[in-house]
Design a protein around this ligand. Structure first.
Ligand code: SF4
Length: 183
């Protein structure tokens, strides 16, 4: 991946961009580290073992205002209640989790999908290991920010060199790309 013309942006990439634009750039270049794959697989396991009866996964496609194709794989959805769920292991990247879920809500908004009564969908971040749930809404200002993020990711995809490292060394120690960034 990924010439800007071929770029498809998903929720995980939005989350990466919130955490560290360099991480987003590396993943757009096809560098998908084993540790990252294991973390995602572990997250799926937490997800699958936590809500076995309610689950209904959902794939979404939409187009950003700038024309970029967008794609979302929602962990599970309660369509009758108008709720999209995203299950996470821990809260260390909660801001990124919130933007990932807002991105999925945005895909519904871009497709004019609402609940049966016309109300917008809302999101729930589920942390089963912590026994916590956080509610997530999509406001007009969030839609503007998401469109800006997509535009920034398009620019990033066209960059030949990665952005600088972030300053939070303690966070980098838990990142799958640490060796690449500091080796
Ligand atoms: S190690 Fe740090 S700078 Fe490098 S991609 Fe990960 S978060 Fe970003």
């Amino acid at each position: 991946m990924n010439a800007p013309s071929q770029l498809r942006i998903g929720g995980m990439l939005i989350g990466y961009y919130c955490i560290c634009p360099r991480k987003a750039w590396l993943s757009m270049r096809g560098l998908w580290m084993e540790q990252e794959s294991q973390a995602v697989a572990l997250g799926r396991l937490v997800d699958q073992s936590s809500y076995p009866r309610n689950k209904k996964a959902l794939m979404l496609h939409a187009e950003a205002p700038c024309g970029t194709p967008l794609v979302g794989k929602i962990d599970w959805a309660q369509l009758d209640h108008g709720v999209l769920h995203e299950t996470k292991k821990g809260r260390s990247c909660e801001d990124a989790h919130i933007w990932q879920l807002r991105f999925y809500l945005w895909l519904l908004r871009l497709n004019d999908v609402t609940r049966a009564d016309g109300a917008p969908f809302r999101g729930e971040l589920n942390y089963p290991k912590l026994r916590r749930t956080e509610s997530v809404e999509l406001e007009p200002a969030h839609e503007t920010r998401l469109a800006d993020m997509v535009a920034a990711l398009r620019r990033l995809a066209g960059q030949d060199t990665p952005p600088s490292r972030i300053d939070t060394r303690s966070f980098c120690r838990r990142c799958a790309y640490e060796e690449l960034c500091y080796g």
